[in-house]
Design a protein around this ligand. Sequence first.
Ligand code: NAP
Length: 493
Amino acid sequence: MENFPEAVIIGAGFGGIGAAIALRRIGIDDIVIVEREDDLGGTWHVNRYPGLAVDIPSTTYSYSFEPNPNWSRLFAPGAELKRYAEHVADKYDVRRLMRFGVSAESAQWDEEQQRWRLTLDDGQTLNPRILIAATGYLSQPHTPDIPGITDFAGQIVHTTAWDPDLDLSGRKIAIIGTGATAVQLIPELAKTADELTVFQRTPIYVTPKVDFAIPAPVRSVFNRIPLAQKGARTVTDLVYEVIMVVGVLHFRQLNPVNRIAAGAAHLFRRLSVRDPKVRDALKPDYDFGCKRPTFSNEYYRAFNKPNVSLQAGGIEQITADGIRTLDGQQVDIDTLVLATGFDLWDANFPAIEVIGRGSRNLGKWWRDNRFQAYQGISVPEFPNLFNLAGPYSYSGLSYFTTIECEMIHLQRVLGEAQRRGKQTVEVSEEANADFLARMTSHLDDTVFYAGDCASARSYYFNHAGEATLLRPTSTANAFREAKTFPLSAYNYS
Ligand code: NAP
């Protein structure tokens, strides 16, 4: 492996693929993409549980510069997303840059060489000039530390480690968690399980999913007339933008709209779940949008099945053959499914140890000084480092908005360095501080601060209680700023 590449990208998911395309657009081709998994696709390579599908319309959940006219459904199944990632990597010729089965462990800025020193788990070191962390937000599976979990004698499966050949029919299954993953998986497990017990700690808002197969003639039109698909994308982009801007970001001014969305979800639950006790237990008691809501036509109805029950009273202990609840019941099971999500703030900010100029440790600095990054991507004292999953980076509801804004950002700032004949770019303290102040003031209007999120247990909030994950502006603003932020926000040397 070339040890002094121009750039290293950590992660071969959609973020890493997009970053590689952005670098190649400005003539940087000496790139190594390191990926700990054995193939590309990130979340869509790792997640293979039954029912996996995108829950943003595929017309929006894709690169705008590479529309896929062949999506089979409005909300495409996970396997199609994986194939789409492969297609893009091949078409834009970035697969050849990827090295699989190797994890980045730590990175340190070498002041003398003006390069990063990236240590890999195979003992090698890479010394790129530019380092891009495309490690995603939800990539470190969370295994809950519930008393007795190691004593369980049956099979334990985390949703991120699903063997597609696993057949759970006829089993007595418990599933812990009711996030977006569980909402997709529960109806599938309910089809064949002998008994399925759902352990819920915090209810989730679920709204109907307007999903349908895209008819062959429509796909044919999308293939022949790209403008038609662009039109469809504009519509789905707009719907999701309105949900986010009106329902979440301007809660203070427009909370009646948020209440209507919450009311629609409550009505859907009341119409779908027959048992009044179960219906009540599934009711969220925080404001809509505090935690990521999800879409499903089957989740609530699964609780009407005779083989499905809900446990919402809390887990006391996992035993060898089951789960004991806080209210003294013993639920016997042979299979435990952990739909318990991801470690976000503990394990992903940043995903590896990063030491910048003056021995500044990124993780420690964020925790001592608040989470912050200019335009969600750059931090002072970390030259030539672009952290794609930074604080305030996630824009809107589709991850592709975030990626494409970041691609524009990378192209502009690194292109400017090329024009000036400079090797190093570093965001100024002032630009970073201004951006943080602006994001902080926007947050005041959001449901996160103006609403009631106390009981939501939302991963949008960090351990200090600040909602520093999502960028509290419209995606239109994020795109505009990506295209127009002053290049003088960076120092070039
Ligand atoms: P998640 O939203 O973080 O949900 C994890 C669930 O596990 C929560 O219900 C959580 O309860 C529960 N849990 C965790 N630790 C627990 C413990 N010790 N005891 C009891 N319950 C515990 O994770 P996810 O469902 O995997 O979804 C993560 C994100 O992935 C989603 O928000 C979404 O952005 C994305 N996703 C997207 C799609 C898609 O189609 N695009 C599909 C799936 C997921 P609490 O809420 O009480 O913490």
